[in-house]
Design a binder for this molecule. Sequence first.
Ligand code: ME8
Length: 503
Amino acid sequence: MERAYYVTTPIYYISGNPHIGHAYTTVVADVLARTARTIGPAFFLTGTDEHGQKVANAAAAAGKTPQTWCDELVPRWQSLFAAYHVAYDDFIRTTQQRHEHVVQRVFSALRERGDVYLGTYEGWYCVADETFWLESKLVAGKCPTCGRDVQWLSEDDWFFALSKYAPRLIEHYRAHPDWVRPQSVYNEMMALLEEGLEDFSISRSTFDWGIPIPDGSGVIYVWFDALLNYITAIGWSVDDARFHRFWPARVQLVGKEIARFHTLVWPAVLWALGEEAPEIVFAHGWITVEGQKMGKSLGNAVDPFALADRFGADSLRYFLLREAPFGSDFSYSDTKIAQRHNSDLGNDFGNLVHRTLSMLQRYCGGIVPPAGEAPVLERFAGLPLRVRNATLDLRFRESLEAIWELVTALNRTIEERKPWTLHKEERKRELDALLYELCEGIRRLAVLLHPVMPERMEELWQRLGAGTPIGQAWEDAFAQRIAPGTLTTLREPLFPRIDPAEE
Ligand code: ME8
């Protein structure tokens, strides 16, 4: 059985409503999965992280049990992803039995091996980030990530023997300099490794909202529980054949604030279980507001539902991938989204489509004419490979820039070859060839842009009267070409103009 392209997002804490930052990582994973599916099987996992003190506190504040709270919030997260046209293959919830049972099995297996052992923990803890901090890492006595107060905890805990894996981690980092990306995060993690790693507590006895420790008291630490979702969802220890079809994951996407857990702890847990580390962990940058990470707790979160209503989810997907090189932070602004929408989607691409379909109506009754020479398309024959390589290498901006070269070339060919003059001078063969080339060109653009803007591109295929080559290799979709005689439809613009000043 062919190995599948396995891509994951973090599982999100459901301590509140989702914001555009959560949509961001999930949309990126969706674009990767949709692109990977054009060349083979792919599996895309997302979900929710439902245990821990933070979720328990949020539920208590709302006067609900944690389970009721989670059950009520999960549909909100799922509808967010639906609103953003995300097609995941599985949505895992850490309160599901399929997860809880396997996490307990992992705990017991590691205890037997001696990688999980009983000790006493004393130290500083940040509830908001569910993270322990060494005193030396605190900033003015507060959490270095979110700036909030930390608590002193002292309890008998189960520990994971992370320090034992430090030499193997260093070796792995040296042998696979690309396994943590971008480079800045790799360097940061390598520096932490060189400082040395400590064993850390993986149990809690001060509250009970978590997976119970097998044959003991207390619950399993939420991060230990959460990381395991990536393998419980694909059948670790339950269905070996399925597990090995997906693992090791091709790409695990995370925000850079949780790189530490995914690139220092996670591989060690996997090795303790006799499994391989993921191939790539990509720790992307933050969407910021006035220089600060957008987040629920800072009160600067932007409602992703309202945003999708205003701009259209596909336009936002485009913006998120196009705005900054993947990995870097970028600041959120309505004006910037509106400008991108109007210039790239409305003017460049949308006008190309609208002009082509209007000329087709005017000169050919909406019917695709016979093909002739197509010099622009010939020049761009290598585009599928270029776009696929850039996308699967997580260089989304480059990938979109490459597609825009074809958009620009087709717009330019209209200006240069002037179909209106060809029509006036009754040079029918040349006019037909040009209109055919434009129709086929926009069909190809829809093929390449489908992973990024699936709903709008399916609409475009319909207007073109063309089939929907979803999941087909792009080279095959290119080779099929639109049939002369196909009836096209002219409708309202694909990306109607948005007033950037409007609030
Ligand atoms: O950390 N910019 O969950 P979480 C970009 N449950 N991405 C952002 C973002 C922003 N401003 N805000 C959030 C957790 N994200 C744990 C993860 S995984 C085993 C457990 C995205 O709800 C980004 O992917 O705090 C970030 O890492 C994730 O949401 C954090 O979500």
